[in-house]
Every structure is written in C-alpha cells, then in structure tokens.
Design a protein. Structure first.
Length: 534
C-alpha cells in the first residue's frame, strides 16, 4: 500500500485543511447532515478522504441515531467504521463519474437508491469527478437530488464545480477545498514520517511541502519516492532530486513564449513527453500562472504567484491571447492522435503570430455586416421589421470595403427592449462563428432585456437545452456583449412559437393535396440538418 493511502486521514482531526476540518466539525455537531453535499477543489486536496470520514460519522455505531443529535467523530473501531476504512462496506458506494457518466449509469443508480441500506444507518453515494456526467445524466441525477429517500446521502466531489449544472449545485451544501498551504502539507507529511520512522530533516520536509503545488497526494508521493530510492533526506539533496525530477520548467517556457522563440518552446514541450509528463499537467500549470499574471495586471490579488519575474514582458492583451490559445489547446487534447500536437500548434500560433493572421482572415471571409438600409437601435423612427418576414437567406448589397469593418458594431440600447433589427445583427454575427447556434436561434426570440440579462424565449425544449450548454451560451453572450456594448448574460425560457402563416396558393389543386414544403419548412429542415448533420 502506498504511503498516501496508508496515512490518509481517518478522523476529523486528521483532515489537514483547516477550513474544511472546522466546517465538518460544525456540521457534525449540529447533527443536521444535508442529503447532498458538494466537495469542490483541486486534485490531491483530500476530497474523497473527507467524504469517507463523513460517511463514518453518519454511520458510526457510537453516534446516537436520534434526529438532529450532535454527532461525534468516528470511533474507527465499530463494524461500520472498520468496513468503511477497508472499503468493504456495501452501503458506502463510490462511483467514478469519468467512467460512469452516461444516462444508463444514473438510471441504474436511481433504481439502487430506492433500496434501503443493508446494514448501515444511511447509504452514502460518493460520486467522484461529478462534473464528467453528461447533461442527460446530470438532469436524471437532479431528479433524485430533489426528492431523495431519507436513507440516502450524496457526496459529489469535483475539481471543476463550474461544469456542474447550476441546478445540481444549488441543491448541494458546498464545501470548498482550497490548495493546501505548505504548513498544512507539512502537517500531513509528519504523519507519514512518524508512522514510517523516516529520518528526514525538518527543512527538507518544508522543501517537499513548498514544491508540491498544494497537493497532499503529490507531497506524500515525493516523500515515498525519496525513501524508496535511498536518497539523502537533507534540504540540499531533496532540492537537487526535485530539480532533476521536474518534467516541466514553467519559468523557461514562459521566457521562450515572451521572446517568441518557437524552437526552444517546442523543445521544452518535447522534453516533457520524453520525461513521461502529461500535456494536461503542462497546460494546467501554464494556465494557472497566466491567470495569476492577468489578475495582477488588473490590480487584483491573485495569490502568491501574481506577476512572476519576467511577467512584465507580457501585456494584458498578450496574457488574454495566451490564455485563449492554450485553453483551446486544452479542449483539443482528448481527441488528439498525438498528445502534444495541440500544444505544439498553440506554441507556433503564438510565436509566429499565426493566431492573429487566422483571425483576421476569418473576419475578411466570413463576417456579414448588418444591412445598412435599416437603422440600428431603438430610437424614434427606427425601421421595425416583422419577425415573420425575416429570412435567414436574405441577400444584401454590401460595399466590398464593409467586410474590413469590425464584425459587431456597438449598438446603444437606451430602452429595455431588443428590437428586431438589433436581434438580426446578433444573428448575423453568430453565424460565422457557429452556424448550428445561429440555426437554433432562429427558433427563439428576445422576450426581455434589463441592460444586463437578455432573456430569450425558445420555442422548443430541445433547442433550449442546446442553447443552455456552456460552449453555446458563451458564444452567444460574447457576441451580444460586443453588439450591445456592455456585459450581457443569456437566460433561456420556453415560450410559445409564433402562429404558422398559411401559404398563399394562387392555383390550388382540385383534390386534397397537401403543400409539402414552403419557405418556413425549408428553414426548419435546414436547422435539423445543421444540428444533426446531412
């Protein structure tokens, strides 16, 4: 058994994050354990260990089963505590949402939830990486969270709480696990050092704690590797070991990006692969540092990293562009045939200025400025266009020079309404970015705007669900923000579709023949084709 598993916390006092420890103590003392909890925080911060401890508190035979009675810490001696520690308790179910993320998995869970606990007081479901659940699975789980049986408690653990649907987050008591401080990690390491009787200098333990990036798991793994490889355990030797073992030199990589040194930056990426590192970890470290630098540029406290030495070489715009480029690379990792390829492409884009060139080319080729014949905005005398007369295939006569203009002119909205002309502008600038979103939006209309929130009435449930997906909603919010000149949040609601207009038939057929297609039918077919493919 690895040291991390052997010395993971088993009691409330052994939870090394002070804020989490105090929160769970107060929760246990109150005796009011909610039916759903959300443990959110970075990897290696002890979320699963804390979930097991809470499961023991709930089911410990020494705790009184009276309603709202104060609960003490687990005794770790009774049958329930021992079986939970060993991982053999059949009423404590741990699920990895990364591999059980589909609707069928959640349906099976819903059926199992109905059954009472076999021997424990409560069944506890610990769902790790809960953000990996599909939208359909999340909605199915939501129904169980809304009306759970009395004998069930859910603990959801995630490194990305923002990816969970908001309705699930709102039904959970959220306990935030922050990155551990060096002192908190030292506290965790001391248990392993004393338990294994490891002779290591105190200053060497502090070095391990400082270099573990706030992760208890990484710190204990480093200690274990040092002892297994018979390394000297003084400060200098530990520092040398960690330097040799380091797969990614973040400071050098940032320096290469600052100097637009393509070759050296690519060699650094290749070195990570050669040393067995992962692109996911590389991008995580890089994006955390870039974010800290951006916040520092904006005058916002961003933790101990802030604007790193050499960070002044990047402007605010540089940092934003880098974050965008490497975030895109991160989203492409999963489907990449060559793991490092998305990162290498991102490096070349930045260092060679290709990202800016590509963006300019896309604007030249795809941007479709709004018609110049209609006044834009809601001022007196604005040209109002009937919604049923707007055609997505409307042809426009545009000055060739207009394609060089900014893709989304700012429109000042003085009232509390989005006119149909303004809505057309938004649609026109969504289409070059994502034709599927634009197709979905043709089955929607603005129904409210208060200067901050744009409420869309969507005609069909499926369209609403698609538009509420994070990536779709962000595109629409970005375009609306640019068009309207102020930050906009999109909220979707179901609304009745407009009444269908009967087609005008000059020479109706003698028999009861149906008109199979006309203008609006073609639009509906096109929407389906763009969503589902031809």
């Amino acid at each position: 058994m690895t040291l991390y598993l052997k010395y993971r916390g088993q009691t409330l006092e052994e939870i090394d994050l002070q804020e989490v420890r105090e929160s769970l103590k107060r929760l246990a003392s109150s005796g009011k354990i909610p039916h759903a909890l959300l443990f959110s925080g970075p990897k290696g911060s002890g979320k699963t260990s804390a979930a097991r401890i809470l499961a023991k508190i709930i089911n410990c035979e020494k705790n009184q089963p009276r309603r709202n009675a104060s609960l003490g810490g687990p005794c770790n001696k009774c049958e329930q505590c021992v079986s939970i520690t060993k991982g053999s308790n059949i009423d404590i179910i741990e699920l990895d949402a990364a591999s059980h993320r589909g609707i069928d998995d959640v349906r099976a869970l819903k059926d199992a939830v109905k059954l009472s606990a076999a021997r424990a007081r409560k069944k506890v479901y610990i769902i790790d990486e809960a953000h990996m659940l599909t939208l359909e699975a999340s909605n199915a789980l939501l129904k169980t969270l809304e009306e759970p049986p009395d004998h069930v408690i859910f603990i959801l653990a995630t490194t990305n709480p923002e990816k969970l649907i908001e309705t699930i987050r709102s039904r959970c008591l959220n306990i935030v696990f922050k990155k551990a401080t060096p002192d908190e990690i030292t506290r965790s390491l001391d248990r392993a050092v004393k338990g294994e009787k490891i002779k290591i200098k105190e200053d060497a333990v502090k070095v391990i704690a400082e270099k573990s990036d706030g992760s208890f798991r990484d710190a204990v793994k480093t200690l274990e590797q040092l002892t297994s490889e018979k390394e000297s355990l003084d400060k200098k030797s530990v520092e040398e070991f960690l330097f040799k073992r380091k797969t990614f030199n973040l400071e050098e990589f940032l320096a290469y990006l600052a100097g637009k040194e393509t070759k050296k930056a690519l060699e650094e990426v290749e070195q990570v692969i050669q040393k067995g590192g992962s692109m996911e970890n590389l991008l995580e470290l890089l994006l955390v540092r870039l974010r800290a630098g951006l916040l520092a540029k904006l005058g916002i406290a961003s933790g101990p990293e802030g604007l790193w030495p050499g960070g002044e070489k990047f402007s605010k715009e540089d940092l934003m562009n880098l974050i965008e480029i490497f975030t895109q690379a991160s989203s492409q990792l999963k489907g990449a045939f060559i793991e490092q390829l998305p990162v290498e492409v991102a490096v070349v884009k930045w260092c060679e200025g290709i990202a800016e060139q590509s963006q300019s080319a896309r604007l030249d080729q795809n941007s479709s400025p709004p018609p110049t014949s209609a006044k834009l905005g809601r001022g007196t005398g604005s040209a109002h266009i009937r919604s049923d007369s707007i055609s997505p295939n409307l042809t426009q006569t545009i000055d060739p020079g207009a394609r060089r203009q900014a893709p989304a002119p700012v429109i000042k909205i003085e009232g509390k309404e989005i006119t149909e002309e303004t809505w057309r502008v938004i649609l026109a600038h969504v289409k070059p970015i994502n034709t599927s979103i634009e197709a979905l939006l043709r089955a929607a209309k603005p129904v409210g705007y208060d200067g901050k929130i744009l409420t869309l009435g969507v005609f069909y449930k499926f369209h609403k669900e698609r538009l509420e997906e994070n990536n779709y909603r962000r595109v629409l919010e970005d375009v609306a923000t640019q068009v309207l000149g102020s930050s906009v949040r999109i909220v979707c609601t179901l609304t009745e579709p407009p009444p269908r207009r009967e087609p005008e038939v000059k020479n109706p057929p003698a028999g009861p023949e149906a008109v199979l297609t006309e203008g609006e039918d073609k639009d509906i077919i096109k929407i389906a084709e763009e969503i589902f493919g031809n």
